[in-house]
Design a protein around this ligand. Structure first.
Ligand code: GLY
Length: 595
């Protein structure tokens, strides 16, 4: 019996979920004060995040079946690289609204030989893409960049995962893929997260017959939590990929079938686009914070650059002795400045000049001088110029939550951080008939027109305009922290632009405040992205802290949970792995309907 089934009885997961409901209660205080509360969150992580016996390895994902796949890969003699691949392919089956082989990803990994690598598997725009492709009658069409054929970028996950395994995996591609193929065939009970996303996205999925065939019941209703979801087409696709490798995807049957569907449905991706897809092995973004070396992902991710920029601004401040309100004030102010720069400067650095000076210590000092220690600054005074419709209507009560992060580590020194996505829930909503593969809508991460916000309310400039084979700007931020060349922490998150600010706060809470890892993630977070001029808060930034921030001039908006962070740390030779406690609490609500 493997370690996950030992703890959780994974095949009788519903039973386990019910047991956890009895044990767990929502933890809504700013700090987890009592030992009972701490015990509950640790309990909650069983099954989602796990450490192997003897601290031989660790895994954290958002779905126990993906964590189990990673643990099984370790059991077969695999290392953290194999475990990460097994988890990633399994997430494409059980968490397919967030990620899958129809999407893209960034990988930051530390190999056993000490080398830190960054593999860019972000989608690329097809050859026929052009700057104004989403303009209709001079106005940006929000629907076209998000749903259907035009929203799809050329997927990069398959090639990037394959290349990661070539870098030091101990198993074969077939060995890490086949368990996911079998799971797709056998089926699994839909969890609350997937069921909720299905319910919320169902209307946009309606036009796509092959998508409905998978995710809707015979009465045309989206499948509910507890229903066993079987995906025979996806299983066949995984088997073909296992047998033929990435060629099947980029130069073989998958590319051909997708191109045919695109041609019939107003899309522009063709088989040549698939053949021209390539990953980029990039230099990780490096910064220093409190004596730690922090490695992140550079452009086309904005995450690594802006996390480095914000850490630079915070480095040297007495963060550990500040009140909560003082600390949040500094966090909000550095976020405003970083996101103002993001909107102006950031894009695919292979196409536009993105200044390296953004992550320089001197630049951070200059920016820090503009921060008043107690008063909120006006965002208009930070910017390069306020684009029209600045405080637009994009953020409603909830921030959009998409994407997923998984992480693994082993005792040999392999550490893997993968953030992967289809972009918004179920991507473009398109499943190419017969493949079972959901395709991304990453084209929406480009700027459709200056000043027009994307699905996450993010505005951008010319640097992130559309061009053939360019990669859309991302917030995905897989991050690795070393001290004296030894890994001490890895983390990453889901949740659009809050990915950047979640990772920042995970780093600050763990490295600067010395909070236990679970608390570091569970502490309520703030998010400011320059425009709109609001501080989004996770429940419950209330009471004294909220009043103090209000008095400083910050405009607080409750936003529910931001998304989800997964992290692994190594302290005194002991791994600790944690999955976002908020995700687990959400999934612990009882599942009523079971087939
Ligand atoms: N699609 C969300 C991101 O890459 O930031």
């Amino acid at each position: 019996m493997n370690i996950v089934s030992l703890f959780c009885g994974i095949r009788s997961r519903l039973l386990w979920v019910s047991a956890c409901v009895l044990l767990a209660s929502p933890v809504f205080s700013a700090e987890l004060k009592t030992s009972k509360e701490k015990a509950l969150t640790v309990q909650a992580n069983l099954g989602y995040a796990t450490v192997l016996p003897g601290h031989k390895g660790a895994v954290a994902t958002v779905q126990p079946l993906a964590t189990e796949a990673a643990v099984n890969a370790f059991a077969k003699g695999g290392n953290a690289i194999d475990a990460a691949l097994a988890a990633a392919f399994t997430l494409g089956v059980v968490d397919s609204h967030n990620s899958g082989i129809g999407g893209g990803l960034f990988i930051v990994a530390r190999l056993a030989n000490g080398k830190v690598i960054a593999i860019d598997g972000r989608e690329m725009a097809p050859a026929k893409a052009h700057r104004d492709m989403f303009l209709r009658d001079g106005k940006a069409s929000k629907a076209l960049s998000k749903t259907g054929a035009l929203a799809v970028g050329i997927p990069g996950s398959v090639q990037a995962l394959y290349e990661l395994q070539q870098k030091g995996g101990a198993l074969t591609f077939d060995q890490v893929l086949m368990p996911a193929a079998k799971l797709a065939e056998a089926g699994f009970p839909i969890d609350n997260t997937l069921a909720n996303r299905l319910a919320r996205t169902a209307d946009k999925m309606q036009p796509f017959e092959a998508t409905k065939k998978i995710f809707f019941d015979k009465k045309g209703q989206p499948l509910q939590a507890g229903t066993v979801l079987k995906q025979p087409d996806l299983a066949r696709s995984y088997r073909s990929l296992a047998k033929h490798g990435p060629n099947w995807f980029y130069r073989g049957e998958f590319a051909k079938q997708t191109a045919q569907w695109m041609a019939r449905n107003g899309g522009i991706i063709d088989a040549n686009d698939f053949a021209r897809y390539h990953t980029v092995h990039r230099e990780p973004v490096h910064s220093r914070f409190m004596g730690y070396d922090v490695y992140g992902f550079g452009p086309p991710s904005s995450g690594g650059a802006h996390i480095a920029q914000m850490l630079n601004m915070l480095d040297g401040l007495p963060i550990g002795t500040m009140t909560d309100a003082e600390r949040y004030h500094w966090l909000i102010e550095v976020m405003k400045r970083a996101f103002a720069d993001r909107a102006h400067w950031l894009g695919d650095a292979d196409f536009v000049p993105v200044p390296k000076g953004l992550i320089g210590a001197d630049y951070a000092k200059t920016l820090r001088k503009t921060i008043h220690p107690s008063n909120a600054s006006e965002t208009q005074k930070i910017t390069h110029g306020m684009p029209p419709k600045a405080a637009s209507d994009f953020f409603y009560k909830q921030l959009n939550k998409h994407t997923t992060h998984l992480t693994t580590a082993d005792a040999k020194g392999n550490w893997v951080a993968i953030t992967t996505t289809l972009n918004t829930s179920f991507g473009s909503k398109v499943v190419v008939p017969g493949t079972g593969v959901l395709l991304n809508n990453q084209m929406d991460d480009f700027v459709a027109a200056p000043g027009v916000p994307n699905a996450f309310g993010l505005v951008g400039g010319e640097a992130n305009s559309i061009a053939p084979f360019k990669r859309p700007l991302s917030s995905m931020s897989p991050t690795l922290v070393l001290k004296n060349n030894q890994p001490v922490m890895t983390l990453g998150a889901a949740g659009g632009p809050t990915i950047i600010t979640q990772v920042l706060q995970g780093l600050v809470n763990y490295l600067a405040l010395n909070k236990p890892l679970e608390q570091a993630l569970d502490t309520p977070r703030v998010h400011h992205q320059w425009q709109p001029d609001w501080v989004f808060t996770e429940l419950p930034l209330e009471g004294k802290t909220a009043k103090a921030l209000d008095a400083k001039g910050h405009k607080l908006r409750k936003a529910g949970d931001f998304g989800g962070t997964q992290a692994i740390v190594l302290k005194n030779g002991q791994f600790e792995a944690v999955t976002e406690p908020r995700i687990i609490r959400r999934n612990q609500k009882p599942i009523i309907k079971v087939n």
